[in-house]
Design a protein around this ligand. Structure first.
Ligand SMILES: *Cc1c(COP(=O)(O)O)cnc(C)c1O
Length: 481
């Protein structure tokens, strides 16, 4: 399989050639040129595979330049018992809540959110590619919580990679802080910035826009537009479909159609669903769930896409979805419009700050299966109470998905809601909903009690440059094998 840029300015390249670069050289995102077909027969041969083996098969469709045995080693390390309890992604039947409702558990990994599933694969694939090329990478990132901890847990202990993660001092939840600051691996550097998340992000941008510094210290990113994250996410759509249709006794073609509902922010998770649906996985509808920051709901229902500024983005009780510019939507628009019309549309968006694709609304709904809806804080609390009355505690992001699914689901079609975080990670909102303190699991109390380590700096480039200059892994570092 080959990849090109949405903006048209990159020669076709293979998976291992595009894995390390966030953006394409022309500023676009890399997309597969053509997609292989996922036939029913092939899907059936995968029914007996465990998650590790299935991941190697599905990722292998996208990473055709990586030998099968190497991919198997990577998925075994990424999704093995040290990182995830079996079966990695549990699928739970919640038919007592609503007939056909299922929860797909994506947050059983080390940081209790779905980003572990993609990041753990990168934590194997990136060092693999670096090793082949005799290179090193210093990952520089900013986090408001989930992404940073997932990256640190994925790359801890890797020889050829160091992680410098900026976080806003004293602004993350106690669990998020503990997940990051309790890591003592020599290749993980937690830098707490006296400021807010935007300040952290601006520091990262400032250093990334300094080509000399960037090259000298091999700086890179593992952000949500990395193609490796997308292909690792494709796996659990196939996995969940196989598990839900396992339970279907008669397998007529009409029994195999499912709807999938995805709590969305940057459009990375659901874009992976769009890819496998385009390849032939029998998904009828992809339901986009948003919170009060509903640019995506607006786009799929009106065809008008108007990204909003950081100031216009509300702070909600599902903070990991507080996004008003969905970076991965560029990939979807490219596949929707084709390269020619895409480049006109993208220019319109950049020139006017808005894009009118109202002529595509029906096609997006009928042909591509996209529907969208948003939930409010009060509705999410109500859903947490409803699920709790059936013995299932969910976090506010997952509650957003369930709220949306309950409104849009139709009889006869199993509806799979992707659970994107564990409730323990967002206990405040769960307690607000249920009106009483929730028991803190042992694993969480233990985590909170671990000693923490971080370096606090003022909101200034200079100390950050010094930390990187002193600690960056280099190609001549003795630790590099
Ligand atoms: C990142 C995240 C999301 C949003 O996923 P996208 O891929 O950005 O659409 C939803 N829920 C949680 C808990 C997350 O961490």
């Amino acid at each position: 399989m080959h990849y090109i840029s949405t903006r048209g300015g990159m020669r076709a390249a293979r998976f291992t050639e595009v894995l390390l670069s966030g953006l394409a050289p022309d500023g676009g995102l890399v997309v597969p040129v053509t997609l292989p077909a996922l036939s029913r027969d092939r899907l059936e041969t995968w029914r007996s595979l465990d998650y590790v083996a299935l991941a190697a098969e599905v990722i292998g469709l996208f990473a055709t330049d990586v030998p099968e045995s190497d991919l198997q080693n990577m998925t075994a390390a990424a999704y093995g018992p040290q990182r995830f309890p079996a079966p990695v992604v549990p699928v739970r039947d919640c038919s007592t809540v609503a007939a056909g409702l299922h929860l797909v558990g994506l947050s059983e990994g080390p940081t209790m959110a779905f980003k572990d599933l993609a990041m753990q694969f990168l934590g194997q694939a990136v060092p693999y590619v670096l090793g082949k090329q005799g290179q090193v990478l210093n990952i520089l990132g900013a986090t408001s919580g989930d992404t940073g901890s997932a990256a640190e847990h994925a790359f801890r202990g890797q020889d050829a990679v160091s992680v410098f993660m900026l976080s806003p001092a004293d602004r993350m939840s106690p669990v998020q802080r503990a997940q990051m600051y309790s890591l003592h691996d020599p290749n993980i550097y937690n830098v707490a910035v006296e400021g807010v998340f935007d300040d952290c992000q601006n520091l990262v941008k400032a250093l990334s826009n300094d080509p000399a510094f960037k090259a000298q210290y091999s700086l890179g990113a593992v952000n949500s537009i990395n193609i490796g994250r997308i292909v690792a996410q494709a796996v659990y759509y196939v996995w969940a479909w196989l598990r839900v249709t396992d339970r279907t006794e008669e397998r007529r073609p009409s029994d195999l159609q499912v709807d999938v509902c995805v709590p969305s922010g940057n459009f990375g998770n659901i874009y992976a669903g769009h890819l496998v649906r385009s390849m032939g996985l029998p998904v009828r509808r992809l339901i986009v769930a948003t919170n009060e920051n509903n640019v995506l709901e607006e786009f799929f229902s009106t065809g008008i896409y108007t990204p909003r500024s950081a100031e216009a983005t509300l702070a909600t009780s599902s903070p990991s979805m507080d996004i008003s510019k969905a970076s991965n939507l560029e990939r979807f628009l490219w596949s929707l419009l084709g390269p020619g019309r895409f480049s006109h549309a993208w220019k319109e968006l950049e020139d006017s700050g808005s894009l009118d694709l109202s002529d595509q609304v029906e096609r997006m709904r009928e042909e591509l299966g996209f529907v969208a809806m948003s939930s409010s804080h009060a509705e999410r609390l109500e859903t947490i109470r409803l699920m709790s009355s059936h013995g299932v505690i969910v976090d506010p992001h997952t509650a957003d998905g369930i709220t949306t699914a309950l409104r849009l689901m139709e009889p006869g079609f199993p509806t799979l809601v992707l659970e994107t975080a564990r409730p323990e990670k967002f206990l405040d909102t769960v307690e607000e909903a249920l009106g009483c303190p929730q028991p803190v699991p042992d694993s969480v109390s233990k985590l909170l009690a671990l000693p923490q380590r971080k370096t606090t700096i003022p909101n200034d480039e200079k100390p950050l440059r010094a930390i990187i200059a002193e600690n960056a892994v280099t190609a001549s570092s003795p630790i590099l094998r």
